[in-house]
Design a protein around this ligand. Structure first.
Ligand code: ATP
Length: 353
């Protein structure tokens, strides 16, 4: 695999504020990488550093093995796509698309040909003569995409491009962007705070917190093997349940602080009396009539028709069950979980055990 973008020992300060801490990241050519994390974690700063819109404090950014750390944005040959579209209101779709080509002094006939090609590939074929105000949100987003595509950049950098769109359109545009990425054989870096967007679109997801990369991995790797409690809680929807407890004398089960001190089996042997936090995904907890390991009173039962979300009165535990279990608020339900699906974290360090 060829590395398209390499980031080494990157540090970024805004005055005294340490926004990015020792960032090491390699992005393979042709891959789609999502940067996710809570608000303020530094994902936009990292993306903007790649684009050259932020100067880095130290470290190095290489694109196709060229050191671009001190290079102005225009020379880096990467294209940013923003949520605000940043279209020129007084220009038609075609003029918006070909703006960068005019800068590069590409001849008019060639510009027109390229605009038509890009319009066809982004579903804008009929709209070349319209102005941005005459377009829907999704169409504007396509123009923003098309404007990036026409430059044939070394990488596409997306900064929350779909935040302005409604839920249905987001899902559709997600698919379109991913399909375009595949068709173009592009390298894409995509910032989002929406972990579902990241999980469904990306080959690799980078989870950030407070300026640090906590984990980089394939979507399922993050879901199945989160390195710590933070990543475990960030990836997955509804979020993972966390329950503290103490490892029993047998080393193979944990007595929980909540849930009446009931015991839950784990898949590998732990040191007795160790304090741990168990991570239980809502979709992995199963309703059980007999042989239930845990018992929970239902404080709230919310049904969407296809699934029902059951939560304990203290909101500590959420269970996703089928739509037709007939469980009501106030019922006490029995639960089981496959020990292989129980995540174990050290209670203090919060690292996966
Ligand atoms: P969001 O999802 O809210 O956009 P983010 O993860 O993209 O968040 P950044 O925009 O990268 O976060 O900001 C990272 C941190 O750096 C934040 O705490 C922010 O307040 C701070 N920051 C960003 N830009 C500046 C600036 N120009 N001056 C000072 N601090 C800044």
């Amino acid at each position: 695999m060829t590395t398209q973008i390499a980031i080494r020992s990157l540090e970024k300060y805004y005055g005294a504020f340490h926004a990015l801490k020792n960032i090491e990241l390699e992005i393979e050519k042709g891959s789609f990488v999502a940067l996710v994390g809570p608000s303020g974690c530094g994902k936009s700063t990292l993306l903007r550093s790649m684009a050259g819109l932020e100067t880095i404090s130290s470290g190095e950014i290489r694109i196709e093995d060229e050191d671009v750390s001190d290079m102005p944005p225009r020379k880096r040959d990467v294209a940013m796509v923003f949520q605000s579209y940043a279209l020129y209101p007084h220009m038609t779709v075609e003029q918006n698309l070909t703006y960068s080509l005019r800068w590069k002094k590409v001849a008019k006939a060639e510009r027109h040909k390229r605009a038509q090609e890009v319009a066809a590939s982004t579903g804008l074929g009929e709209l070349l003569h319209r102005y941005p105000r005459e377009l829907s949100g999704g169409q504007r987003q396509r123009v923003a995409m098309g404007r990036a595509i026409i430059r044939n950049p070394r990488a596409f950098l997306f900064d929350e491009p779909l935040s302005n769109l409604d839920a249905a359109l987001r899902v559709q545009m997600r698919k379109e962007i991913r399909a375009l990425h595949n068709r173009l054989g592009a390298t894409s870096v995509y910032v989002t705070h929406d972990q579902i967007e990241a999980m469904t679109m990306a080959d690799y997801v980078v989870v950030m917190r407070k300026g640090v990369i906590e984990q980089r991995g394939r979507p399922l790797e993050l879901y199945e093997q989160p390195v710590n409690r933070f990543v475990a809680g960030f990836i997955g929807s509804p979020a993972m349940n966390f329950v503290d407890g103490t490892v029993c004398e047998d080393g193979k089960s944990v007595s929980l602080d909540a849930l009446n001190g009931e015991r839950l089996a784990v898949s590998h042997t732990l040191a007795p009396n160790r304090r741990v936090t168990l991570g239980l995904r809502p979709e992995h907890l199963q309703l059980a009539k007999n042989d239930a390991a845990l018992h929970m009173k239902v404080g709230l039962a919310e049904s969407t028709g296809s699934v029902t979300y059951l939560s304990s009165p203290d909101d500590l535990i959420t269970v996703v069950s089928g739509g037709r279990e007939g469980v009501r608020e106030g019922d006490v339900i029995g639960l089981t979980i496959d020990p292989e699906l129980v995540h174990v974290f050290d209670a203090e360090t919060e690292q996966r055990i």
